[in-house]
Design a protein around this ligand. Structure first.
Ligand code: SF4
Length: 401
């Protein structure tokens, strides 16, 4: 397929394509190979994009993600294309773009990098509860600048850079946003099929999130049955990228402690009411998924989920330790450091923080700190569980499993 760096806009005076032309356009679309940088909010929404693109006729085997972030990736593909942004997870995107553009085997036709303005959230009761960090939202265009400043690297690689603006937390506007942002790149695209594909995207994402929440509940039930401690990681979903979060949670798990991730905590009504009914009765919150008692600002979906995760950690007896991860110079996370720590520690739960993560992986110091977490859990885990259990409501649903 011909792939100039920017496709001509449609003219109002063009006749509508015939059915035969549409069928031909759909066939051409099915042959597209789509590259998606494995960065930022793609970590929590990739299943939406899988469902969406597949419903538009793209073979899932033709959807290519870049590799995890690594030094080698930056060294090889980001040279001279850096951005002035001091946020490390944003800086790393240049390596992902470069890697996708450089692919000669399984060469991509489209580099798909949506500007995600808001992300779906399970939380409830907040205005603008789901906005993304502005650096995240602008990243696609910010990074593009480095690839066109001397010569147009997209045109040279014959790859279209497609960056639809999308508010995923606001489903009714999404079909129009994606249709407008993608119609020039996807042959024969219609608003009706975009609308259908968006529905499939949400269904795929929800099913995936439910599977992960069910798994987290299973782990908590096991901990409750065996009276064993587990660890909760409070971070942004992209800290799961080994190059951004430095696999600290993997090292912790190697010590035999199950690790849960805040964004995938179970949200089953029985568990939520067991944890939060006293707060509702006292009028601190209106629902178990409301964080107005601890966080008034509510300007970022990921931040809100970190705050809620801290509240869950404080109430869940088997979460005996919390590990906080944050990236170097993250202005969004900075104001949350103290409230998160005090919510967690006030409940007697252990709190450890790995802040200012950047390109350097201080392996020695991470090892020592991971061993410290494991040491305190071995020493105090059972005691913490006992004290938190004594302070909880009776009849924990996890103990009935
Ligand atoms: S939330 Fe923080 S780490 Fe993430 S993109 Fe924004 S500034 Fe960077």
């Amino acid at each position: 397929m011909k792939a100039p760096s920017s496709a001509p806009k449609k003219s109002w005076f063009q006749p509508a394509p015939t059915e035969a032309e549409r069928a031909e356009q759909r066939q051409a679309r099915a042959k597209l190979r789509i590259g998606i940088p494995r960065v930022l909010n793609i970590w929590s929404t990739h299943q939406f994009w899988f469902g969406f693109l597949e419903a538009l006729g793209i073979d899932p085997r033709r959807i290519e993600f870049s590799s995890d972030t690594s030094d080698e990736q930056s060294r090889t593909y980001a040279k001279g294309r850096g951005t002035v942004d001091c946020c490390y997870p944003v800086k790393c995107i240049s390596g992902h773009y470069g890697e996708l553009l450089a692919r000669s085997k399984r060469k991509i036709d489209i580099l798909f990098s949506p500007m995600i303005h808001s992300v779906p959230s399970y939380l409830d009761g907040h205005v603008d509860a789901s906005l993304t960090c502005p650096r995240v939202m602008a990243a696609s265009e910010n990074i593009k600048a480095g690839f066109i400043k001397e010569r147009d690297a997209f045109a040279e690689a014959r790859v279209l850079h497609v960056t639809p603006f999308v508010s995923l937390a606001d489903p009714p506007v999404v079909p129009k946003q994606l249709y407008e942002g993608m119609q020039d790149a996807f042959p024969g695209l219609t608003l009706a099929e975009t609308t259908h594909a968006v529905e499939v995207g949400y269904r795929t994402l929800n099913a995936y999130n439910q599977r992960l929440r069910a798994k987290a509940r299973e782990i908590l039930e096991w901990c409750a049955r065996e009276q064993r401690p587990c660890i909760l990681v409070l971070a942004r979903p992209y800290h799961m990228d080994p190059g951004i979060g430095h696999e600290i949670e993997v090292d912790l798990q190697a010590h035999g402690y199950p690790v849960l991730w805040a964004q995938y905590l179970p949200t089953d009504p029985d568990l939520l009411h067991w944890m939060f009914d006293p707060d509702i009765a006292e009028g601190h919150i209106r629902s178990p998924l409301d964080i107005r008692d601890v966080w008034k600002s509510s300007y970022s979906g990921n931040t809100n989920e970190i705050m809620w995760g801290a509240k869950v950690a404080a109430r869940m007896p088997w979460i005996a330790a919390v590990v906080r991860l944050a990236s170097y110079e993250c202005g969004m996370d900075q104001p949350t450091y103290s409230p998160v720590q005090s919510i967690v520690e006030r409940s007697g739960t252990l709190f450890f923080s790995f802040q200012d993560l950047d390109s350097t992986k201080p392996a020695g110091s991470v090892k020592i700190r991971v061993e410290t977490v494991a040491h305190y859990l071995a020493k105090q885990g059972a005691d913490i569980i006992g004290k938190k259990l004594a302070a909880s409501q009776p009849d924990c649903p996890l103990l009935k499993a």
